[in-house]
Write a protein that binds this ligand. Structure first.
Ligand code: 5GP
Ligand code: MN
Length: 325
């Protein structure tokens, strides 16, 4: 048995031997976060376990259909009236990524950490971490097989959705043969590939297209055009009525320009904090840059939140990235 096999068995034991779980993913959840939260929910449901799904941040509308009959509580709107002793955290590279939801943990909580980030610091009592997985849902596929569950359409849909979004529609370098092999099985179990691709990757809301139009006018490059970036102020977000997730994907625009090594998106959170998304064309390891600034992620896709005004943070990041190129 290899180490990953051991981890799968330990995770399966954690689930089989316990009950009454809190399932949580990272703040401002994205496709893999919601897909993973929902998939663990469906798994627990199939095993007859009771569970509660809580994330900090709302579930973007387009992901609602993945959840079927299971709501995810938004901790920023509703604090639970009780605490939980058994937690399953998915797609969270470190404990801080769980956000405020940790306030709902018992002091002697036992935590299962399931994740695919190379920067994961193994904060769980049980850790199921495979950094070469394209998405956390890829690991959940293996866990479902280990638990010998009967596949259902909602579970297959959640797993397919996480693969689809974290591979950018099966295009990024994390799109391995194993990803296609799992995706193929999920289609057989009822996931609707075309419907999910249209809903999760193609469709834009009206505020989203207005945001794109305005954000493009902020597109800037260093003189050598190896770094490009887009800036989204709170002012702009409010003016077009955009939701937090509407800026998703904007960071790919500068990164996709010929010659650009690193694309950046600066999204203002408030007057003194900026969320930074970093995307690399392959030369720079942006996870290390983000990690040094308190964040983390993958070699080609990482993020962090940095204190300062928009201008200060732009200058700081462009300098930090230039030093790596
Ligand atoms: P995004 O730029 O789309 O928010 O995130 C890109 C990647 O970096 C994702 O894998 C995400 O989980 C990770 N990431 C984003 N922000 C943070 C952060 O503040 N801390 C850590 N550890 N990872 C982050
Ligand atoms: Mn992920």
């Amino acid at each position: 048995m290899n180490r990953y096999e051991d981890q799968l068995q330990a995770a399966a034991r954690f689930i089989r031997n316990n009950d009454d779980f809190l399932v949580v993913s990272h703040v401002s959840p994205d496709g893999d976060a919601i897909g993973s939260t929902g998939a663990v929910g469906f798994l627990l449901q199939l095993l007859g376990k009771s569970y509660t799904l809580i994330n900090e941040g709302r579930t973007p509308n387009k992901y609602q259909m993945l959840l079927g009959n299971q709501p995810i509580v938004d901790y920023s709107l509703e604090t639970p009236s009780r605490r939980f002793g058994r937690v399953i955290a998915v797609d969270c590279a470190d404990f801080a990524r769980i956000g405020e939801v940790h306030n709902a943990f018992e002091p002697d909580v036992k935590l299962l950490n399931i994740d695919h980030h190379p920067t994961n610091d193994l904060y769980g009592n049980v850790n199921l971490v495979r950094p070469d997985a394209a998405a956390t849902v890829e690991i959940l596929f293996d866990l479902a097989q280990t638990l010998e569950i009967e596949w259902t359409q909602p579970l297959a849909t959640s797993i397919y959705a996480g693969l689809l979004t974290d591979t950018g529609g099966f295009r990024y370098s994390n799109t391995t043969p194993n990803v296609f092999s799992i995706a193929e099985k999920m289609l057989r179990y009822g996931a609707e590939g075309a419907v999910l691709a249209e809903l999760l990757l193609e469709k834009m809301t009206f505020p989203q297209i207005q945001l794109l139009r305005e954000a493009l006018s902020t597109l800037s490059f260093t003189e050598d055009r190896r770094i490009g970036w887009i800036v989204v102020s709170t002012d702009l977000l409010n003016r077009v009525g955009a939701a937090d997730e509407d800026s998703e994907g904007l960071v790919n625009i500068p990164r996709n320009v010929e010659g650009v090594e690193v694309g950046l998106l600066f999204k203002q959170k408030d007057t003194n904090a900026v969320k930074v998304s970093l995307r690399s064309s392959g030369k720079a390891d942006v996870s290390q840059i983000a990690k040094r600034l308190g964040g983390g992620g993958h070699v080609r896709a990482a993020g962090c939140t940095v204190e300062g005004t928009l201008n200060e943070v732009v200058d700081r990041l462009v300098e930090a990235v230039s030093a790596e190129l």
